[in-house]
Ligand binder design. Structure first.
Ligand code: SF4
Length: 259
């Protein structure tokens, strides 16, 4: 069964495999996924609102004040957390006030939970906005998705909105220091694990030089019966190849792994 959408602005805290207890901030509607990608493996199912422009959905997006008021209330409560993460029912950077929300969330964190980190899980498309590009440099853990080494595979795996350009995504990723890349690897149709595709992907990693690469496969249910999970041994092997071929630190994550 696919995962249900988050029914509020805040969710969790949930235990993340890498960083501890994470309080999620959902900047998308509660009724439909709003995203610039429609990934074949998305555990929320198909993207109902596939767009790079959230303007016409504005009334359904959480208001700036509501996000900050709810977060303040939560951070002032005794809830235990290590991380505050922009994520949720789609792509957080599509929210028109995303840069301002980053500033306000960091202010709240500094005041209420100075030891917590502020993170972002993003599909990268928001980086075409200079204000978003600047805001992500303020985050402790900016994590961006890169699932392909070539435009052809990118279109098959991530099925982006029409305006999204793969070469621009790669260019933007290479312009920001200290980013983390998250890659979901799948086998089947489509696949991003063919040898040529992996070589192209390794080449991009060498150019982008992220701080670290995190590899995952489909541990959760997916909407397509044509794609298959990459097993832990294979993930570990690809992580090892990344480290030796590119010099970029790479870690594989899967159910049952002890971090
Ligand atoms: S970018 Fe994330 S939320 Fe959007 S379709 Fe892909 S997996 Fe789902």
């Amino acid at each position: 069964m696919l995962l249900p959408l988050k029914q509020g602005t805040l969710y969790g805290p949930v235990d993340s495999r890498r960083y501890g207890r994470s309080l999620g901030i959902n900047l998308s509607p509660f009724t439909d996924k709003l995203c610039s990608f429609n990934c074949v493996y998305c555990h929320y199912g198909q993207t109902a609102r596939l767009t790079m422009n959230s303007e016409k959905y504005r009334d359904d997006l959480p208001a700036f004040e509501d996000v900050i008021d709810e977060l303040e209330e939560s951070l002032e409560s005794p809830v235990e957390l290590d991380l505050i993460t922009f994520s949720g029912n789609g792509e957080p950077t599509l929210h028109p006030w995303f840069p301002e929300l980053v500033d306000a969330v960091i202010d709240l964190r500094d005041r209420c939970r100075p030891n917590a980190k502020v993170a972002l899980l993003s599909n990268t498309t928001g980086l075409d906005n200079p204000k978003v590009r600047k805001s992500v440099t303020k985050l402790d853990l900016p994590v961006f998705k890169l699932d392909a080494g070539t435009e052809e595979t990118f279109k098959k795996i991530n099925r982006p909105a029409r305006q999204v350009k793969f070469n621009e995504i790669v260019e933007h990723l290479g312009q920001i220091d200290g980013i983390y890349l998250q890659t979901v690897l799948v086998d089947g149709t489509p696949s991003n694990t063919e040898p040529d595709e992996l070589l192209a992907y390794f080449e991009l990693l060498g150019k982008i030089e992220p701080r670290e690469v995190h590899l995952y496969s489909t541990d959760r249910p997916v909407p397509s019966s044509q794609i298959y999970r990459v097993d832990p041994e294979w993930l570990e092997d690809i992580a090892s190849q990344i480290r030796s071929e590119t010099g970029v630190p790479a870690v594989a994550f899967y159910n049952g792994k002890q971090d």
